[in-house]
Design a protein around this ligand. Structure first.
Ligand code: DQA
Length: 146
């Protein structure tokens, strides 16, 4: 069966293309999502996408993923650094997920060095731009076929 992967983006990631390119590159979110979907196709994985700027909407979407997907790739944006409700929802989701950041969060401001989801993530990929999402798919593929 084709594994289904949720690609989840948090706040301000719909603004990709207008955010500082030295951190986030130049791809827009629809372009990034299309690229990840294509990488998923190449690997026999179906990728479904979701982005919101609203915490409650994110939580309810993640609740609905429990039992519905095999894994997830999550870039929680700034929520990464402080939002425990997002962490708890990802735990409830109950499937392996990879935390991805376009920028190298550990090489930026101190507040970005904290991640409240890192210890429950299967892996964290940061600072590799869009390629980090391809790496996340490979990590999930290896995990799901183990
Ligand atoms: C980000 C890093 C976060 O610190 C920031 O708030 C974002 C994007 C990244 O992809 O590098 O919105 O998660």
């Amino acid at each position: 069966m084709t594994p289904t992967i949720a690609l989840l983006h948090g706040p301000n990631l719909n603004m990709l293309g207008r955010r500082p390119s030295q951190h986030y590159g130049t791809l827009t979110l629809p372009e990034l999502e299309a690229q990840v979907r294509a990488w998923g196709d190449e690997r026999g994985m179906r990728v479904g996408t979701f982005q919101t700027n609203h915490e409650g909407a994110f939580l309810e979407h993640v609740h609905g993923l429990a039992g519905a997907v095999d894994g997830a790739i999550v870039n929680p944006g700034a929520w990464t650094h402080y939002q425990y409700s997002i962490r708890d929802a990802l735990e409830v989701m109950g499937v392996p997920f990879v935390e991805v950041h376009l920028s190298d969060v550990d090489a930026r401001e101190d507040f970005r060095k904290v991640s409240v989801v890192r210890d429950i993530a299967l892996a964290t990929v940061k600072g590799k731009g869009p390629d980090g999402y391809r790496e996340a798919l490979d990590i999930l593929k290896a995990e799901l076929s183990a």
